[in-house]
Ligand binder design. Sequence first.
Ligand code: CUA
Length: 332
Amino acid sequence: MLTDFPLFPESASTMAPRVDGLYFFLVGLTVFFSLLIASLIVAFAIKYRRRTPDSVGVPVHGALALEVAWSVIPLGITLVIFAWGASVFFAMSSPPEEAINVYVVGKQWMWKFQHLNGQREVNELHVPVGRPVKLIMTSEDVIHDLFVPAFRVKADVLPGRYTHVWFEATKPGRYRLFCAEYCGTQHSGMGAQVVALGPPEYQDWLSAAAGGSMASAGQRLFADMACSTCHRKGEDGRGPVLNGLYGSTVRLRGGRSAVVDEAYLRESIVNPSSRLTEGFQPVMPAYQGLVTEEGLSELVEYIKSLEPAQPIALSMAPTPGGSERTAQNVEP
Ligand code: CUA
């Protein structure tokens, strides 16, 4: 009856053994000291028990060696925990460059997933085994939290900004995905399944995609909203040219600078004046509420796909880059 109630979650990602290692170390440490202290209490209670009714204890005047020992040993142990914990934390918060990006939108009470090739899923997420996957997540309403116990990853999903987690599944299977932040009456039902497939099966699943890529959907949206009226080359371009912008560093008004990542692009669409590029006027309207979260992620993917425009003289040279981005140079 308890077969569906494992005491410990399955381990199915590259991060899982690292998290478990730290967890078991902490449990082992706690058990060791709990047993040590409990048995010393019992042993001392017996050893120093009152033997005659009129016996008096010997006064204690401190012991330097003992005090140094009980300060230095715990300090050393906590520093080990700190260094170990920090290394696992950094590994968890640095997605590898070559990770596959998947956009996630949390909503009362469902999970929506968008793959770069345009595949969309609800409450089911297909990922390949043996390749890192980065989830770029946001919420349409309240705070949710994405949690896949088998992968040992968990992160808040917040309205109005992108957060991310990454994982690399190590074996095919179906794994439960939970919402781990109370988000309303159906919170407990806000679950999904992660389907980890072997590379050939994943390719089959991907190629069954209907419609175009996220970047091409973003391109249509870009045209529909007439963004190129302002974002174009030339004297009359009132907004920055977007080709090659992703990954670069821009100077902002007020002297600061910003690295152009997904979060910066999203923010610049919904609230352009918050971090305005130097040399431009705050003339762009805020698109907050005018584009859905799916639309925003498509626009972000479209802007990411815009390779730097190549000078005519170099047109015989091979195309630089060669990344997985879908190159779509669109000049108005
Ligand atoms: Cu979404 Cu709890």
